[in-house]
Write a protein that binds this ligand. Structure first.
Ligand code: CP
Length: 307
């Protein structure tokens, strides 16, 4: 049974096909309105979410399907101590596909190994968030028209930011890309991500703490929130939380066609005065996430022979 736990579970041709399907859904939504009729998506979210859960649910409704939802660990038998394995074996009896978010790294893989239906990782701890990367890729495709030859600045909490890890993994497979990693010393990209994605693929990258000095180089600036929920102590979080706040002043030397991205939720990282800047793409990412999740649900249910 095919599941998607990591963005690396999807080949480059499959990523291109998902983008093409999403573009077709945008152009011809009526053609997809009954594609998943009588099929059910279960959304199991053991961590807070607004965009990912609701966009998965909107995606399934727009495909003509239905949704079973667990939002918050306290509303399911996980609160009584039920394992992830038993939970997904149970949910497989009711649903055709599962999207799961869990605070523990690796929980999505455990789910995939035990479910009888496809599982989509909707975020596992500080590890991966492949469907956010799908949203990011459609946004980059629509803004830049390519996934190659881009200088991508990733800024903020690059240690715990799972969306950053998945995006590095995706874009490291495309030619000519270069990363500028902008973070406090304590929140640098983990060594394993650098080794397995950047070094292994020979992708050039630099690391800095200074956003403004690198701004003129960037084609994409991907801002991230400092992930309070992953910190071991509040004192460190408070010290680091406002390390980077993007303001119009800091964009003075940016390219005219810079794309400003953020997976959201935003806390302080981007001033709201930037929201009307034509380079701001973060609410486009939110919408694109729904179309890419529709494309992914279709792909997995077709492969499973369910539709
Ligand atoms: N980007 C993202 O994962 O948002 P939510 O936490 O609201 O789902």
């Amino acid at each position: 049974m095919r599941s998607v736990i990591d963005i690396l579970d999807l080949s480059l041709p499959e990523l291109d096909a998902l983008v093409a399907t999403a573009e077709d859904i945008i152009a011809r939504p009526d053609d997809y309105a009954d594609a998943c009729r009588r099929k059910k998506l279960a959304t199991l979210f053991f961590e807070p979410s607004t965009r990912t859960r609701l966009s998965f649910e909107a995606a399934m409704y727009e495909l003509g399907g239905n949704v079973l939802s667990v939002a918050g660990g306290n509303t399911s038998s996980a609160a009584k101590g039920e394992s992830v394995a038993d939970t997904v074996k149970t949910v497989s009896c009711y649903a055709d596909i599962i999207a799961m978010r869990h605070p523990k790294e690796g929980a999505a893989l455990v789910a995939a190994n035990n479910a009888k239906v496809p599982v989509i990782n909707a975020g596992d701890g500080g590890h991966c968030h492949p469907t956010q990367t799908l949203a990011d890729l459609l946004t980059i495709h629509r803004e830049k028209g390519r996934f190659t030859d881009l200088t991508v600045g990733l800024c903020g909490d690059l240690k715990f930011g799972r969306t950053v890890h998945s995006l590095i993994n995706a874009l490291s497979r495309c030619t000519g890309n270069r990363f500028v990693l902008i973070s406090p010393e304590e929140l640098k990209v983990p060594s394993y991500v650098k080794a397995e994605a950047l070094k292994k693929n020979g992708v050039p990258y630099s690391q800095t703490t200074d956003l403004e000095s690198v701004m003129p180089q960037l084609d994409i600036l991907y801002m991230t929130r400092v992930q309070r929920e992953r910190f071991f102590n509040e004192e460190d979080y408070l010290r680091l939380k406002d390390s980077y706040i993007l303001t119009p002043e800091k964009l003075k030397n940016a390219k005219k066609d810079l794309s400003i991205m953020h997976p959201l939720p935003r806390v302080n990282e981007i001033s709201v005065s930037i929201d009307d800047d034509p380079r701001a793409c973060y609410f486009k990412q939110v919408l694109n996430g729904k179309y890419m999740r529709m494309a992914l649900i279709l792909m997995l249910l077709k492969e499973a022979g369910t539709i």
